[in-house]
Design a protein around this ligand. Structure first.
Ligand code: NDP
Length: 328
């Protein structure tokens, strides 16, 4: 495994990490979640990501049980959770001081932990003043309940404002952003966030590197019954499933099939190629993967071996297929 600094901080995160969205506490039971986390840990993954909203809190519960069961040393782990959607009450969502503090406490309880290493604002909250948000995350850090705070899917302007507030008040600014990044979703990471990486030393821990599995090639010939997109009672999965039948979906599937030819030439799987492509970006601190089976983690970790094979020539052939390089 390779470990990278999280932005400008001294914290080292495995460049491939494991998250629990949809899967742990939802699609698979606690035993499979435990097997996946153990496989990941044994392969050198030290960074595990969850959120208060994942499976209504059950993801944090199941991941917390795994952490406790295997008796891993706390210092060997980097655990993150995210606050924004904590429940149905008017104060159970958003980034008020009240919800950041109460939401963090509830997450820690579900995780059976005294602190998380990383705490994210899962989305921006334009209805709460930035000063309230920055002060609340600082309060949580000062209480020892988190070591670093960050953002997820905030605009560059919102992140810049948070930094300005932190600087003005001599408070801790957000260290990392958690954006979507994969071969089909590039603009923010490759273009919009560049000043944040350069000026603030922000780290990026990116999500859906396989576009929910699409970039593994598993959907090229339909939706496998045991795959994420086959889940019936989930609106996001329905949207992704329906999307496969659209013009955009067909174009993407054909690109995935062409990427499969490059993967064959490199003697790797399409998933490994797609993950290696994300890892090659030097602004990425960690690629947060998901897995419903330990075998997927074993396969995905081998993406590390593919990174050195991505020569300028191979990268150019990938661009010829993707045709979506952000204009500089
Ligand atoms: P991916 O795009 O990598 O999708 C993961 C899914 O793809 C797996 O659960 C599995 O689904 C399938 N898969 C994984 N590896 C393989 C393989 N080798 N071959 C075939 N299929 C494979 O990542 P996620 O969308 O899960 O995102 C990763 C993490 O990022 C999340 O768990 C979460 O922690 C975080 N996240 C953060 C968000 C945010 O707003 N901040 C939003 C979304 C995610 P299956 O087997 O069921 O088909």
């Amino acid at each position: 495994m390779e470990y990278r600094y999280l932005g400008k901080s001294g914290l080292m995160v495995s460049c491939l990490s494991l998250g629990g969205w949809v899967t742990y506490g939802g699609q698979v039971g606690p035993e499979i979640a435990q097997q996946c986390m153990k496989t990941a840990f044994d392969l050198g993954i030290n960074f595990f990501d969850t959120a208060e909203v994942y499976s209504g809190g059950q993801c944090e519960i199941d991941m917390g049980v795994a952490i406790r069961k295997f008796g891993w040393k706390r210092s060997d782990l980097v655990i993150s959770t995210k606050i924004f959607w904590g429940g149905k009450g008017p104060n159970d969502r958003g980034l008020s001081r009240k919800h950041i503090i109460e939401g963090t406490d509830a997450s820690l309880k579900r995780l059976q932990l005294d602190y998380v290493d990383l705490l994210y604002a899962h989305r921006p909250d334009p209805d709460t003043p930035m000063e309230e948000i920055v002060r609340a995350f600082n309060h949580v850090i000062n209480q020892g309940k988190a070591f670093y705070w960050g953002t997820s899917e905030w605009s560059p302007q919102q992140i810049t404002e948070a930094h300005a507030v932190a600087q003005r008040l001599n408070l801790i600014a957000p260290l990392m952003e958690q954006p979507q990044y994969n071969m089909f979703h590039r603009d923010r990471v490759e273009k919009d966030y560049l000043p944040l990486f350069k000026n603030f030393g922000m780290g990026a821990t990116i999500w859906s590197p396989l576009a929910s599995g699409l970039l593994s090639g598993k959907y090229n010939a339909g939706v496998p019954h045991d795959s994420r997109l086959a889940i019936q009672d989930n609106a996001v999965m329905k949207r992704l499933r329906d999307g496969l039948d659209s013009e955009d979906g067909r174009v993407k599937l054909s690109k995935v099939s062409n990427l499969g030819n490059i993967a064959k030439q490199l003697d790797c799987s399409t998933a490994q190629l797609a993950l290696a492509w994300c890892l090659k970006n030097p602004n990425i601190s960690s690629v947060i993967t998901g897995a419903s089976k330990p075998s997927q983690i074993e396969e995905n970790v081998k993406a590390l071996r593919v990174v050195p094979l991505l020569t300028d020539e191979v990268m150019a052939s990938i661009e010829e297929i993707l045709l979506n390089k952000p204009a500089s």
